[in-house]
Design a protein around this ligand. Structure first.
Ligand code: ADP
Ligand code: MG
Length: 153
């Protein structure tokens, strides 16, 4: 399958998907989270991190101003928010390559650094659907297969 399409009818569905993704992704995976302001990107990232930490109360501050927040978990996870990235070259300075070499990178606003992101990545794109959201996950085939297995679809 080249694309996984999922309706996310409410916030709980987004959280559950984040938890499933935490079981499916592994070190070296880059998951770009694409969608408008308010689409659900941070909700998914927070659920992913809490599941990976096995801690429902894990503080997940928005990296809007710091651009990246790193977590030393079962698998190290770096949560990027590139909304305020001034130049693609800044991604280097933020330690993106190192973060990806030993862990997972979650990237909000990937549009601001497309050229610098790895080609073998996953993209989760949110769009509004009624009161809920529609999500499509596309990209690296082997990672998509892992996600399919963890979703049991
Ligand atoms: P973003 O990081 O994309 O700007 P957020 O994750 O902050 O968006 O989410 C914005 C709002 O959308 C939150 O109030 C959240 O509860 C809500 N939300 C998340 N997922 C869904 C969904 N599947 N359906 C409806 N609302 C959702
Ligand atoms: Mg956000």
């Amino acid at each position: 399958m080249q694309v996984i399409a999922l309706p996310l009818k409410d916030e709980t569905a987004t959280i559950e998907l984040g938890e499933d993704l935490a079981l499916a992704l592994k070190a070296g995976d880059c998951l770009a989270l694409s969608g408008d302001l308010g689409a659900g990107k941070s909700t998914l990232a927070r659920a992913f991190l809490r599941a990976m930490a096995d801690d429902e109360a894990l503080e997940v501050p928005s990296p809007t101003f710091t651009l990246v927040q790193s977590y030393d978990l079962r698998i190290p996870v770096s949560h990027f928010d590139l909304y305020r990235l001034a130049d693609v070259s800044e991604l280097d300075e933020l330690g993106f390559d190192e973060a990806l070499s030993d862990g997972i990178c979650l990237v909000e606003w990937p549009e601001n650094a497309m050229a610098a992101l790895p080609k073998t990545r996953l993209t989760a794109s949110f769009s509004h659907l009624g009161d809920g959201r529609q999500l499509t996950i596309s990209g690296d085939a082997s990672a998509l297969a892992r996600i399919e297995r963890s979703l049991a679809i």
